[in-house]
Ligand binder design. Structure first.
Ligand SMILES: Cc1ncc(C[n+]2csc(CCOP(=O)(O)OP(=O)(O)O)c2C)c(N)n1
Ligand SMILES: [Mg+2]
Length: 242
């Protein structure tokens, strides 16, 4: 049964004028009833939108968050499954990452919880053992769930974990700055994430440029255990980007 509920919109971060609560397949079948198929966006709108996106989010940066994302996309296989946490890095990655197959970019929409990228990647690797699985996290989000690496090690999951190390809750820091608020509780310590990876029995690599990241990603794909790649970036990396 389909229940079209009038839920007050202000309860949600992403607003909708109408909510449909029910099983997906019968809901879609009911909505599609009597609607003949027709070509959508037949005027090349999709290609134009993709081109505009590519112009707005260039991939040529030498380094910084955009450089990390662009290099990872260029090096990893097209059928890679990527997961991404919440924060400034996610907003940028969501615009820059190209998925060549369905369901190849997993993230927490709506609730946008920090800490989800690591367990999402673990689940993806369990479900698709032959796929290359890469997880992208901010340093704060990764710290929240770093203990999960114990389970990653026990399950012998050769997942690649990329951490954007900027010693900052960058998304919140940027919002504070843009609103001329004082910088409050958004800067934190600079930690050795590669060492955290090694402490749990995986590989750990610290990278500071595209060549080092490329080498680390190539090695991680050959490794029989997980790899934590600590990508050191500047705090201002997201300014004028997201
Ligand atoms: C569990 C949880 N707490 C707080 C937030 C609010 N929040 C969104 S992004 C963010 C900062 C994330 O910092 P980091 O993981 O280092 O990523 P960065 O923004 O630096 O890329 C915070 C606190 C959240 N989304 N989820
Ligand atoms: Mg951060």
């Amino acid at each position: 049964m389909i229940d079209i509920a009038a839920v007050p919109n202000d309860q949600y971060m992403h607003q909708a004028t109408m909510n449909i609560v029910g099983a997906c397949a019968p809901s879609l079948a009911a909505i599609a009833q009597g609607v003949p198929p027709r070509a959508t966006w037949a005027g090349g709108e999709v290609t134009a939108a993709r081109a505009a996106l590519a112009r707005a989010f260039p991939t040529e940066d030498d380094w910084g968050a955009a450089g990390v994302i662009a290099e990872a996309r260029a090096v990893l296989p097209e059928d890679t499954i990527a997961t991404v946490d919440s924060g400034a890095h996610r907003i940028l990655l969501s615009q820059m990452w190209t998925s060549y197959i369905p369901r190849a970019l997993l993230q927490s929409t709506a609730l946008c919880t920090m800490g989800c990228a690591v367990p999402l990647a673990m689940g993806a690797k369990l479900a698709s053992p032959d796929a290359t699985v890469v997880s992208f996290s901010g340093d704060a989000g990764f710290l929240m769930v770093a203990g999960e690496l114990s389970t990653v090690a026990e399950l012998k999951l050769p997942v690649i974990f990329i951490v954007f190390v900027d010693a900052s809750l960058a998304l919140i820091e940027k919002k504070q700055r843009e609103r001329q608020m004082v910088n409050l509780a958004v800067d934190f310590g600079h930690h050795d994430f590669a060492a955290i990876g090694r402490a749990f029995g995986g590989h750990g690599v610290r990278v500071t440029n595209r060549a080092e990241l490329r080498a680390a990603l190539l090695a991680a794909q050959e490794a029989d255990t997980f790899t934590v790649i600590a990508a050191e970036i500047d705090r201002g990396s997201y300014d004028n980007r997201i």
